[in-house]
Ligand binder design. Sequence first.
Ligand code: TPP
Ligand code: MG
Length: 168
Amino acid sequence: LANSTPIRYSQLFQSRNDLIYYSNRGTSGIDGCTSTAMGSAYISKLPTILITGDLAFLYDSNAMWNNYIDTNFKIIVINNSGGNIFTLIDTSDEISSINNFFLTPQNVNINSLVQAFGLSFFQISSEKDSKKIVHDFFQSVKPSVLEIVTNPDNNTTVHKEYFNYLVL
Ligand SMILES: Cc1ncc(C[n+]2csc(CCOP(=O)(O)OP(=O)(O)O)c2C)c(N)n1
Ligand SMILES: [Mg+2]
C-alpha cells in the first residue's frame, strides 16, 4: 500500500486474514513505493499487488526499469489526477494556491509510460466492463498495471460525505 490515500483507504475495509499487508510507512514518503513493492514480490515470490496513487506511481516510474520484475507482481494506480489527499483537509477550500502547489495536477499518459517499460496495461474509467477488466488484469501472466481513472471532484465529495457519515 503506497502512502497518501491508498494506505488510508485500506483502513476503511475489514482486513483479511489470508492477505499480508505491507507499507513503506516511514515518514509517509510517496517516493520509492513501487521499488519497495517490487523488491518484496521478488524476494517473497508471493503474488503481490501494489495499490498506489498517480503521483506516487509517477515519482517512482523508474522502478519499472529493471530486469527482475516477477510475473507475480501487479500494480493498481488510482489516478485522480494529482495529490487528491490535500482536498480532504477541512480548510482546503480556503487555500487559493491549493491547486498548483498542493494538488499538482498531472496529465501523464500512464498507458504509454507502462508500455515503454514492457508491462501490460489495463484501464478502467467507468463502471462499464470494470468486472471483466479486473478479471483480465488478475488473469494476466505478465507484470501488469491497472489504471483506475477517477474524477477528482467526485472523489473529494464522496470521501467527505463518508467521513461525515462515520462521525454521526
Ligand atoms: C517524497 C514525498 N514528497 C512529497 C510528499 C507530500 N505528499 C504527501 S501525499 C502527496 C500526494 C500523493 O498523491 P497520489 O500519490 O496521487 O495520491 P492521492 O493523494 O491522490 O491519493 C504528496 C505530494 C511526500 N509525502 N513524500
Ligand atoms: Mg492522486
